[in-house]
Design a protein around this ligand. Structure first.
Ligand SMILES: [Zn+2]
Ligand SMILES: [Zn+2]
Length: 305
C-alpha cells in the first residue's frame, strides 16, 4: 500500500488563510468591494476572492482598489440557470451555460479552477444533487462548509456528498468559504455573522497569487472553522495530525466510516494495520473537532494498492 496525498514537503513556505467566496454590491452583497476587503483585512486574512454572481472580478478591478495587504484572487460565481460554481483565478467571465459541463470544459481550456458551491443549500438539502456531481468531470472540489447556509435552509456542511464522491474514487478537495453577503448583518444574533467563520489554510511557497492558487489546486491546504492544525505528516504508512485546539480527532474512510479516534489533540494512524474494522480503503481523511462549532478538515489521503 502507498499513501498519495497533497501535503508532501511542507517546508520553506508558510500557512496562509483565505476565503474564496464573497459578494459585493456589484451583485447581491450589501457592502462595496473596498468595504469587503477592509473587513477581511481586519480579520487578519492573507487572501480573498470576490465572487459575484455572473460578474467577473479580475486584476483590472483589483488594481483600482486598496488591497489592504490582502492577496486578491480573480473570481466569480457562475449562478444563473443551475447549481452555483465558483470560478477561482479565472481570466474572463465564463457564461453560465445550462449544461454546466460546458463551464468546466471552458475553464479547463482557459484559466483557473472550479469549486461547487453550497451543495446542501435549500429545504431539500440538495441544491446540487449527488447524481449531478457524479456526472460532471473536471472540478477541483466542493464547499464542505459554507457559512451563510447556517442562516438559510439546508445544511452548511456537505461532507456527506464529499464522502460519496471520494468513495467512488474521485479525487476532490474540500473547501470552507463564507459566501458573505452581509445582509442585515446589524440585526443578527451574535454568532450568525457572515464573515470570518469558514476559511482555507493554504501551505504556499510564497505569498504570491500564483503560489497560493497552485497550492489550492493541488489540495495543499486544510479548511477550518476555528481549529488550527499544526502538523500534517506522513512517515511511511503512518499519518500524523497534531492540532492546537482540537478536543477530538476522527479518521474517516470509504463510505464515511469512522476508523480512528483520538481525544488528546493529535492522532497517529498506521494505514497498513489490517486489524482495523471497518478496514481502511480508498482514502482516509481527518475531522478535528474543537470547542463549540470549531472544526478543521484535512484533505483526503489516498490509499493506493
Ligand atoms: Zn451561491
Ligand atoms: Zn455566493
Amino acid at each position: 500500500m502507498k499513501i498519495t496525498h497533497p501535503y508532501e514537503n511542507l517546508n520553506g513556505g508558510s500557512w496562509l488563510r483565505g476565503n474564496l467566496h464573497t459578494h459585493t454590491t456589484n451583485s447581491d452583497g450589501t457592502h462595496d468591494m473596498q468595504n469587503v476587503i477592509n473587513t477581511y483585512a481586519n480579520l487578519g486574512y492573507d487572501f480573498l476572492s470576490i465572487s459575484d454572481h455572473d460578474i467577473f472580478t479580475g486584476l483590472t478591478e483589483y488594481e483600482k482598489i486598496d488591497n489592504k495587504g490582502l492577496v486578491l484572487i480573480p473570481g466569480n460565481e457562475i449562478s444563473k440557470d443551475g447549481p452555483h460554481l465558483l470560478h477561482v483565478d479565472g481570466d474572463r467571465l465564463i457564461e453560465p451555460h445550462v449544461n454546466r459541463q460546458l463551464v468546466f470544459d471552458e475553464v479547463k481550456a482557459t484559466q483557473g479552477f472550479v469549486v461547487v458551491a453550497h451543495p446542501n443549500l435549500t429545504p431539500n438539502f440538495n441544491f446540487c444533487s449527488i447524481e449531478v456531481l457524479e456526472q460532471w468531470t473536471d472540478y477541483a472540489g466542493l464547499e464542505i462548509f459554507n457559512t451563510i447556509v447556517r442562516r438559510l435552509a439546508g445544511s452548511p456542511y456537505a461532507t456527506n456528498k464529499w464522502d460519496m464522491l471520494l468513495s467512488q474514487g474521485r479525487r476532490l478537495w474540500g473547501f470552507a468559504n463564507d459566501d458573505a453577503h452581509f445582509w442585515r448583518e446589524e440585526n443578527r444574533q451574535p454568532g450568525i455573522s457572515d464573515t470570518g467563520v469558514g476559511w482555507n489554510v493554504v501551505y504556499a511557497d510564497s505569498s504570491t497569487p500564483e503560489d497560493i492558487v497552485t497550492s489550492l489546486q493541488n489540495g495543499r491546504f486544510y479548511c477550518s472553522t476555528g481549529v488550527v492544525i499544526k502538523t500534517i505528516k506522513v512517515e511511511g504508512l503512518e499519518i500524523i495530525i497534531e492540532c492546537e485546539n482540537a478536543s477530538r480527532i476522527v479518521g474517516i474512510t470509504r463510505n464515511g466510516q469512522r476508523v480512528a479516534l483520538s481525544d488528546n489533540g493529535s492522532i497517529k494512524v498506521d494505514v497498513s494495520k489490517d486489524e482495523n474494522w471497518p478496514p481502511m480503503s480508498g482514502y482516509l481523511r481527518f475531522e478535528c473537532w474543537g470547542e463549540g462549532e470549531k472544526n478543521a478538515w484535512t484533505q483526503p489521503f489516498f490509499l493506493d494498492e
